[in-house]
Design a protein around this ligand. Structure first.
Ligand SMILES: [Zn+2]
Length: 370
């Protein structure tokens, strides 16, 4: 070990302990998970001459290769690299375990008795705004029916029952800004560079996105029920084009969020100090707050995702960073505040804490009563 090396190591160790806030505010993409939909016994959509599972696997692998060639330091994890069945549940779990910075799920569309509809669409998690989006969600979520005890595994969720989606609506979707950005870059690339017809960015209640604790998108690369689009997607060239589109979208997304994080570096420290003081006052009592975000990676408190919010507080719960606002012991006050916060973060929700631990709201109320 050379002297210079020892000195460098010493310097790095010092920096990490003293400059931890600065370190944490660097938001770099290190790991991504690429999820080729379906596989094995689940063919996905069935075209005249191909299966969805094969097309999306090829595009997923090509996308990963482009990213690897251009950003060798980024770790790329595939949920599958071959024609195997992977339960829906496991796909986001792979990403969560790897603390991935981005989850990209690749799918292809189809419509029964329809050979004319075509185009790409990229989904983020959210409320479905049309019956078409609900239909895509139902179709993509239905792969859980391939598993024996899906009712237990998927918390009683029935992918074919519209009522299940009402409960889904009440659940939170996280990372909405970053997911939207990746989705927009993807559709832009498909439309402007690959020359596809883009149906745009959409939101739907997709299980695979809901369970991913990082920015995530589900890309529908086209309709294999349309013979022309099927031909394109089945061809090596078509798959290459689509993969390069996703790669370029990823590159723009990466540049965008990393540029943003370096700009916000300096103010992060001030915000942290003032919020810590306020937080300690109420930490030992029951309090409620509005959770606006959670992430496997630490996010600078003045990041774009928190813009418009005051006194964002960070909490580490089971390897996750949870961000909340409007901490207050009075639940009614927090419920009222939620109406305002909802305008900025539509999927925010109220949580309760006691002695630093997250507890059910009902339990919090009982503690307060006693
Ligand atoms: Zn699919």
């Amino acid at each position: 070990m050379s002297r210079v090396y020892v000195f460098l190591m010493f310097f790095i160790l010092c920096s990490t302990s003293f400059l931890s806030i600065g370190q944490n505010s660097e938001y770099k993409i290190n790991t991504i998970v690429i999820d080729a939909g379906h596989g094995g016994k689940d063919p996905g959509a069935v075209g005249k001459h191909c299966y969805e599972k094969n097309i999306v696997l090829s595009i997923a692998l090509k996308t990963g290769q482009y990213i690897k060639d251009n950003f060798p330091h980024i770790k790329i994890i595939y949920t599958r690299k071959t024609d195997v069945f992977i339960p829906l549940k496991e796909r986001p779990e792979i990403a969560n375990k790897a603390k991935a910075d981005l989850f990209i799920s690749v799918h292809a569309n189809s419509l029964e008795n329809n050979t004319t509809t075509s185009g790409t669409e990229t989904f983020i998690l959210g409320l479905h705004k049309s019956q078409d989006n609900l239909a895509v969600a139902m179709k993509e979520n239905s792969v859980m029916l391939y598993e024996d005890d899906y009712t237990n595994k998927y918390e009683g969720f029935d992918p074919k029952d519209p009522a299940s989606y009402i409960i889904f609506n009440l659940m939170h979707s996280l990372h909405i800004d970053n997911s939207t950005s990746m989705a927009q870059h993807t559709e832009n690339q498909f439309k402007n560079r690959v020359g596809r017809y883009s149906r745009g960015v959409k939101s739907a209640e997709l299980w695979v996105l809901r369970k991913a604790s990082m920015p995530s998108v589900l890309i529908e690369v086209g309709f294999i029920s349309n013979p022309k689009e099927e031909r394109f997607l089945k061809s090596e060239k078509g798959q290459d084009y689509m993969a390069s589109g996703i790669f370029r979208a990823f590159r723009s997304y990466k540049e965008e969020i990393e540029r943003h994080s370096s700009r916000t570096f300096e103010v992060a420290e001030e915000t942290t100090n003032s919020t810590i003081e306020e937080a300690t006052e109420i930490i030992n009592e029951v309090y409620y707050c509005i959770q606006v975000k959670s992430s496997s990676k630490q996010i600078p408190l003045n990041a774009k995702v928190f813009s418009g919010l005051n006194n964002v507080i960070e909490k580490q719960v089971n390897n996750m960073y949870k961000y909340s606002v409007e901490q207050n012991a009075n639940l009614k006050v927090v419920i009222n505040k939620k109406k305002e916060i909802k305008k900025l973060i539509p999927d925010c929700f109220i949580v309760a804490y006691y002695k630093g631990k997250q507890i059910p709201i009902k339990e919090a109320k009982n503690i307060q009563k006693s």
